[in-house]
Design a protein around this ligand. Sequence first.
Ligand code: HEM
Length: 302
Amino acid sequence: MTTAQPGIFIEGSGHHHYLEYTVPPGGDPDAMKAAVAEVAALAARPVPGQSAVLAFGPDLWKRLSPGAAPEGLRPIKAIEGAGGHVMPATQRDLFVWIHGARLDDVFETALAVQNILKPVTELALDDRGFVYHDSRDLTGFIDGSANPKDDARFEAALIPEGQTGAGGAFVLTQQWVHDLDAFNALPQVEQERIIGRTKPDSIELEGDAMPPNSHVARTDVTEDGVAMKIYRRSAPFGSAGRHGLYFLAFACDLHRFDVQLLRMFGVSGDGEHDRLIEFSKPVTSSYWFAPSIEDLASLSGA
Ligand code: HEM
């Protein structure tokens, strides 16, 4: 039996901190492994009210742990979407997500992680996320309603036992910057047709009321009888001038992200795109692998 990083599934945190790093070529591999092992220890043992999750860019993980790379792990590719909407690929090497009940504790851990990783990496993204009202995105819609619950979360997020990388998860992160002026200028009923749910209470639109180019219609996908479920842990980020959603999700198969992204950007072959991309654009995108506790421990020879 493998053990997933517990912080992936600990819900209800009010504060989030996202750190994305690149690893310059030619660094000392032993120093790198030692630093990563120190952060891995934080991920393995969440303290009450606070957790850290550690994930690796595909190339770095294959370098550090060549025998433990799950099938299909690869860097994200940019998408030239319909109507000139582009999804950039900004693939990086290390991702640390810290979340918890208190901003001060979360920030302190972020500082500690930065001190550990600073000598062997370059910090490329350093942003805080927060809960907005009752878990709404800044568009005002509740985010997470259709997320898998209870044990269904593990099935959606974790590589099954018996496969290489079991107990680990594929991860997608994307920083989306919203054009709230444009979105808020629309009547509420039009906003609801873009998301595919009602705004006050997040009721899914049904039958003919659900537009084929709504966000829900583009991301709720079944392939060969298998629902392409993912487990989302996104949160709003930003300042008064620039803000949006730090999209963060876990899946048992990288293909699930590919399918949803291609459908959102209108290049899946059915002529539809997700209308949400007209009001928000991704400015970063990376695929990662969040290994099991056992695979993390093997980095330090434990
Ligand atoms: C601007 C960025 C995004 C915003 C504001 C956003 C917001 C939302 C909202 C409000 C919902 C409906 C409530 C819920 O079920 O959570 C939703 C559903 C969903 N979103 Fe997103 N989302 C964004 C990007 C993405 C991306 C990039 C993906 C996948 C790659 C994605 C995948 C999903 C999925 C799978 C659902 C549930 C669909 C269902 O089964 O009903 N979202 N999102």
